[in-house]
Write a protein that binds this ligand. Sequence first.
Ligand code: ARG
Ligand code: ZN
Length: 424
Amino acid sequence: MNIIGVLFLIAVAYAKHEEYQGWKSYYVTPYSMDDLKFLRSLDVQYDLDFLGHPTVGGEGLVLVKPEHQEGFLKTLDNTNIVYRVHSEDVASALRQDDEDIKRRARTLSRNAVRLPYNNYQRLAEFDNYLEDVAKRYPDKATLVTAANSFEGRPIKYIKISSTNFADPRKKVIMIDGGIHAREWISPPIVTWAIHKLLEDVTEPDLLENFDFILLPIVNPDGYEYSHTNNRWWRKTRSTGSSNLSSYCPGVDGNRNYDFAWNKVGTSPNVCADNYAGNRAFSEVETRVVRDLIQEYLNRMVMYLTMHSYGSMILYPWGHDGSLSHNALDLHAVGIAMAEAINKEALPIFPKYVVGNSVQVIGYAASGAAEDYAHSVGVPLAYTFELPGLRGGLEGFNLPAQYIEQVCRETWSGIVAGLRRISLQ
Ligand code: ARG
Ligand code: ZN
């Protein structure tokens, strides 16, 4: 390569993540409910992005734009909210992370047939894997393209059944991932379930009792965008919801479901990360999930949606913190899943906490998937907040070396939950 080429590559490396040039991230800990509320109220004023949500006495992580750093810190200094710097230079931390991922990619064996779990994969790898595994197990697996995303990418899911979904006594389990683009640990959890049901079967009885719908990436446009343009992209990439939406594309998929839509924990600002869209189910991506829930509703006993991070298993109602009629059941199965995970998890991960969404995560949000599923009749509906790690570019960037560990332990949790259901 000539010198121009080298200079060009250096320029590109620097340009990457330039939208985060000058941003810093801070750990923030409020010690009273008032401080917590105050901290949340700063969201709008300083255009904050909470990567980890604070609780009373619990550390949150917040991204702050260059122009708001002084004001934000001055405001915090007048409160009892404790803060410390997490990253002085978010853009270069992101670049460092890219380097780590590239280094791992080079060590990958060239002809690995299966989806690798020692690194994060692009959408094409997931799509290839789904095609391939469905072809290798035609008796049990069916690959379906439910629809195309806003930008035209196929949204694929796999149906797995030993009786071709024809046995009405079997209960249907649905698991989805990747509705929030930046939560990269989510999709591999769903493909690991496919792997364990087809390729590496250690629980052969599961398919005797259950049929599975597995949808690894609900939001392929956002997922790709989080790899190519903005590591912390969360939403879809749709435009057209308002005059402003071509400047600020995207809707928060997990605010777009038709349950108490746009009531709480949402923003009217199209540019906000929790913009709910201009109507419930405005997004083709959430309509795909809705249609699957509806199609199998009479047999669907469990719906799981994979998010990160926080090591939590959350159940309805997430819009107001009240408990459902079957909250005891939700709690018991949730505990069974969490205990199985906690038993297997590495000590570096926080222990899982199980409970009502609002009470455990500390904020209310309406229009979310698990609430919707439960409201239309799925008895056991949960949001998983998969583990993240403190240190480095933490949280959404669970270091790639832990992907497989988290897949294994989460699968153990799911199996424990299913075993409990079988007893009922
Ligand atoms: N982190 C998830 C989100 O903000 C949590 C959703 C919990 N569920 C709920 N119904 N609020 O989308
Ligand atoms: Zn999420």
